[in-house]
Design a protein around this ligand. Structure first.
Ligand code: NAD
Ligand code: AKB
Length: 319
């Protein structure tokens, strides 16, 4: 990776992945593109472009303008919003991605597009979900992710486009709030714990899902894109996980720092219904073997860091 175009760079993952890429590959070599760039964002320290991923010519123009060799495609409509706007989810997740692949084919770029635990469904083994298994998701978001995995492998096998991807679990972070997914609760719980000492969870006790702290998610992207291609037997897409947890486990960990914290439940049927079809825990052995995947954060260390950073934001009055 030398010159990188990050599409969807102002979202939850992009707002932290883009600065890390700039740290490693230099500020001027990483272009932050998004449908809605925020003018007051720290990303303005480097090149920023307004871009609609559904406009293939606009992607091609940026690739040419900045001599891009790697496209990091983060544009998506996440699971809960995708159920309200399925056509939009398809257009951005599938047609937008196809635009990236076509531009990459024509200009020789590598492409990273995250998949998700959402690429699995109720027929998938829920515990220790294998790398290669049944993928029949029930959400439009999940359908776009399976399609994206297949299209990425197709472009690699047919045209030699260097496509690589991970199936991210729910990502927990403290810079940008999540964008409308089923796993958003695992971020919100920390903010509400700090702000009010109480959280109303939309997912019930015992809803186990894979999760990961943002620094591990960033490392996964960069380490996979830098991995030796000869060692990759899989490409699109690798299971990766850092922890399998439910709301009760997060609450118990928060209580170690904030003993008065209270967790109550008001189940949201759409989110609970989606979560029930996703794995409880994924087997990420292939990622460990093929490119050395290993998370650095667990529930304990992540919780301590989340409460510290969110607490500082609260003290400064920015949340
Ligand atoms: P997000 O919703 O926070 O950000 C998506 C960004 O895409 C937003 O900034 C949005 O403005 C932008 N965007 C929307 N439509 C666009 C368009 N037409 N053209 C250009 N940009 C557009 O998403 P995220 O959480 O940062 O996720 C990034 C990627 O990682 C997605 O592919 C998502 O499916 C995947 N993923 C995320 C998680 C998670 O927990 N955050 C988990 C699994 C997979
Ligand atoms: C969502 O909940 O939709 C995302 C994801 C796990 O892909 N956070």
């Amino acid at each position: 990776m030398k010159n990188i175009l990050v599409i969807g760079s102002f979202g939850q993952i992009g707002s932290e992945l883009t600065p890390e890429l700039r740290k490693r590959y230099s500020i001027s070599n990483v272009v932050a593109a998004d449908l809605c760039p925020k003018p007051d964002s720290p990303l303005s320290e480097g090149p920023v472009e307004k871009l609609d991923i559904t406009d293939a010519q606009a992607i091609a123009d940026l690739v040419k303008k900045y001599s891009i060799d790697t496209i990091v495609n983060l544009a998506a409509i996440l699971s809960a919003v995708g159920e309200k706007k399925p056509m939009l989810a398809w257009n951005i997740g599938v047609n937008g991605m196809l635009n990236c692949l076509e531009v990459a084919r024509e200009s020789g770029c590598a492409v990273f597009t995250p998949s998700s635990i959402a690429a699995f469904g109720p027929d998938t083994p829920a515990d220790n979900t294998p790398q290669d298994t049944i993928q029949r998701p029930c959400t439009m978001y999940g359908v776009t992710k399976v399609t994206g995995e297949l299209m990425s492998d197709y472009y690699f096998k047919k045209y030699g486009v260097d496509t690589r991807s991970v199936r991210y679990p729910g990502i927990i972070s403290n810079v940008t709030m999540p964008g409308g997914g089923t796993t958003d609760y695992a971020v919100e719980i920390y903010y509400d714990a700090v702000k009010s000492g109480r959280y109303v969870s939309p997912l019930g006790a015992g809803t186990f899902l894979d999760m990961m702290y943002m620094p591990d998610a960033i490392d996964a992207c960069i380490n996979l894109m830098e991995a030796d291609p000869l060692k990759l037997r899989h490409r699109n897409s690798f299971n990766i996980s850092a922890m399998s947890i439910d709301p009760e486990m997060i609450a118990a960990e928060i209580k170690k720092h904030l003993p008065g914290f209270e967790l109550v439940y008001d189940i949201e049927p759409i989110k609970q219904g989606i979560a029930n079809t996703w794995p409880n825990s994924m087997d990420d052995q292939c990622a460990r073997e093929e490119w050395g995947w290993k998370p650095n954060w667990n529930l304990q260390t992540m919780t301590a860091d989340m409460l510290k950073v969110v607490g500082e934001k609260f003290a400064k009055g920015v949340i």
